[in-house]
Design a binder for this molecule. Sequence first.
Ligand SMILES: [Mg+2]
Length: 335
Amino acid sequence: MTSERECINRILHYVQNHDRDYLIKGIGDDCAVLNKDGENCLLLTTDTLVEGVHFDMAWHPPYLLGRKCAAVNLSDIAAMGGKPSTCLLSIAFPGLVPAWLDDFISGFTSILNEYDTLLVGGDTVKSRNDLIISVTVTGEGSRKQICYRSGAKPGDLIWVSGSLGNAAAGLELCRRYQFQPDEVPDKWQVLIQAHLDPEPQIDLGRVLASSGFVHAMMDISDGLATDLAHLCQESCVGAEIQQELLPVSKVLENAAMEMNAEALDWMLKGGEDYHLLFVSKASDEQKLRQLISDTFGREIFCLGRIIEGQGVFLCKSGGERQEITYQGYDHFSAQ
Ligand SMILES: [Mg+2]
């Protein structure tokens, strides 16, 4: 198998559930969406994290790993504009260390509590080698307000909710220096934090979805280049983003310089930022900025426009236009 998309397409080939009236959206979005009572929808999402692939025990403290395993699922509920409600947790352990489990569950439930989400079940099994953690989160949202990936139209503006690439830079710092959290120099804290303890954008997602200004949304888990390509594919459109509009933090630029790395690669291909990626009509630009500034006192960042056709293109200030479709993280092609 050469790509995650190929894997999903093979699975889709066997799935025939289009004629169930309770199913509003199946495979292909951040969550599956089921009809609850006509007015409200049930949201379902699941994610699996594998030791050595998604996390490294050498530097990921169990408390923060617990938080992250829940956060990446909560982020998919945020991506639909929903409110999380319940959670299932399954763990395959190579060996059971009670102190590790205490810290992990303490972190896991701390973030669930922050978002009023209940842990209601799961499974614990023995694994031969790696630690594998699988989480399912359910949520709810009003049927009229749920945001899908498929609503983008040519001319729409493309937005992200925060700086790109911080999590990828944090991962690279951990790899190079094998940091323990209390040994991390202050100047890198924000990057390490982005990698170890990402924040799901639940409140922002709900405000965006209920604003009426946003008509397609997803979260950024595999990098802007891949996730924007997913949104475009589901919407049957293309996208053009301007390099000079990509939101970059000063600390990311400094880290790139110090590590002799490409900040742009982290921003486009890095993944795991768990910011929201969304589109609005160009005429709603000011109203949307104002709403988010008034509600949260924060900024959102416009990157470019949705275009007719297909593909995601990066426009550089010199006029060069480069295709970056699906150049982010892919589980099956990543080394
Ligand atoms: Mg997602």
